[in-house]
Design a protein around this ligand. Sequence first.
Ligand SMILES: [Zn+2]
Length: 806
Amino acid sequence: MTELTEEGVSKLEVFKILDLVAAPTFAWRPTPGSASAGVFWCNASARKRLGRIWTAEEQQKIADECPEPVRQATETALAIFHESVVVKRLSSTCSGDPRQLLFNTFSAIPESEVACDLHVGPLCFEMDAQEYVVALAQWRETSASAPQANARAACMLDFSPIHSYLFAADGKLLHANNKAAGMIKMAGKNEENFQLHELLLEDGQEQQEVAREARAAIFDRSERAFRCTLHSLGKDGKASWILYECWLNYDTVAAGGRFASAMLVNTFDVTDQKELERQLASARLQLLKQNEELEASNGQLKANEQIILNEKARLIQQQQKLQHRLKLALKIHQVQPRTYMDTMTIADKIVSALDAISEGETLQLEEVLQLRNAVLEADDLRRPVNLQHQLLHKAGLSTDVGLAMTEMLQGDSNSGAQRLARSRSLAKSTSSKDFSESLSRSQCRHRSSAETCDPTGGNAAGDQVAVVLIPEVERLLMEANGSFSFDAFKLAEASGNRPLSTLGFFFIKGSGLMTAFNICENQLVNFLQQIEAGYPDNPYHNRVHATCVLQVMHLLMQNGLIKLGVLQDVMVLACYLAAICHDFEHPGVNNDFLIKTGNRKALMYNDISPLENHHVSASFMVAADRPQANIFQGMSEEDRGTIRASMIDLILGTDMKKHFGLLSRFQAYSAQTSLQSPELRDRCLSQAPASSSTISAEHKLLIAQVALKCADIGHLSCPLALHQRWTDQLREEFFLQGDQEQQHRLKVSPLMDRSEASGMIKSQVGFFEIVALPLFTGYTQLIPDSKPLLDGVMSNYQHWHAGAKE
Ligand SMILES: [Zn+2]
């Protein structure tokens, strides 16, 4: 075996590395031939401090001066060689300054500056195929001297607020700092034989178990730390929570000066923390619960929201349906103040029922059967059910008014059944002798009437008539063009009793219809004057009445029908002419009188609207008999045909016996347009004249017929004084008929008896309620521009209604 020398080992890798280590490091070898050992190598750091390796003599000198440390170091080094001790820390076991061990003799290390520990351990290496073991000693410096450091560490530990205990591996208490010692004392125990399990749990049954577990974790499994939190009940009954932290530590004063593993236990009172945790956990639980409840209620809300949305959609749909039906119902059931009559015709009722069915409604069986019976019994579906019965018993009218209204409205002479009923009542009231007498009288009167009104002769103005406009006439014509309170009497006065021809000429010429239909001026003037001359001076049905009707018809056309594109030129001319001719040669008595008295007109027209038939027929005769008055001469065949057909229908439509039939059809049409979408309706009846093609010719005629009916009773909308004048004149005409009935020994018609001074004025309220208001309201609903007319009618109605109450 080669002698270990400094030079010898310096070549080895391990020593080359050790040479670089910062801590002063020394290697011992056993001294050959002795039981001692000596340093044979030191690293660069040690050489820097020592300057060189000491000689055997110098080592001896150190040993002499510091016998105990050197002995210990040497013993340790020898133990390295002979025993398998891993590491030894010598510093704290030295009685003196550990530096004395090796350094004291070397002035290079100032005594006060360095505190060192000497760590000694074995180093095995191979050299020249031989194994060697040397003892390696390494100095580790600390910043202060070891005793000072120890004192500080002990003080720091003792005064620490943390309860710290050091236990040996067998569980025996090695040391307790001040806090911990106080605790042991308070528990009435003794530090001398205090055991780990006594600390871990004061009262628990598992203390041995937990203590065992802690020792196993630290000593056997070398875990970094062992923690447990244990609960105990204090003497005051208050619960407290203690956190135990166990760490591996060393007992530096174990027997033999060797390091022994020990366990440091720190305890912390975590009761507050636990309480906080408990509160947090409780709060969290509560929050979770609240969250769950909120989510549940949120789900419920969402479900409710959906239900509400569904319900809302359903209600909106229902509302739309109801509004639609209300609109429909309003169209059909016209506003009828105070009357309890059901003026719906059977056709209206059928349409209403069908609409209800189309809306998804179910009809009552009774309702269906009533409708069925009404259809089976009725000879005309466009007629209110049991009109006479209603007028007499339900309308709130006095009997004579009810009878008068019945006579006026009941029975279309087109109907065979009605004619039969009429003839029976006629037979009852008039003897056959009376009948033949009245017939012959009537024939005489007709002849004499024809003489006075002969359109072909006796006209002072002749064929060449010029219309001369004086300023007052001009002013009145301008007024007639737009005023809803026009006074035709004034025009009659100002125009030398030619109001009808003057106004007719003004309107027809002014609207450019003469040019459009190739009517020559002379022909028009002649025609108009012939017609005007044919109006007898009846109190009511005279030329001023015709003028009044013409003016209102003009307003209705200008304020609606033309503007909305319902009527075009050919119909406008037909309407003007129909208004002008509509009561031509009116005898001042009604159709019933003509029929009852067997008048030639009744005979001529088989009792079917004799008056109205005559008005049209005779008017056309005027044009036909005299070329100078033939306004139709220059027209195309088509226009002539259209105008003639329209005039016939328009004038026949003024027979009050056709009232309900016309109104019913009109309302059905009006309701029909409201059934369509608003856009479609707008297109039908709005500003765009081109769209008028969407209204059928039949419906255009129907609207014009109702307009002429409105115009015919247009005085109902006049200012009160004017309206009253017309009413008085109508009453007088009725009385005159009553007088004639008396002369004919006929039963005087209701309200026509002069001995009852009020006469037809009694029937005003009933007439407004049953005829006028539904008519004007219905018309205004379709043609809103005619509202001023309805307002005038309402105003006069209120007058009569108030009077009737008094
Ligand atoms: Zn009339």
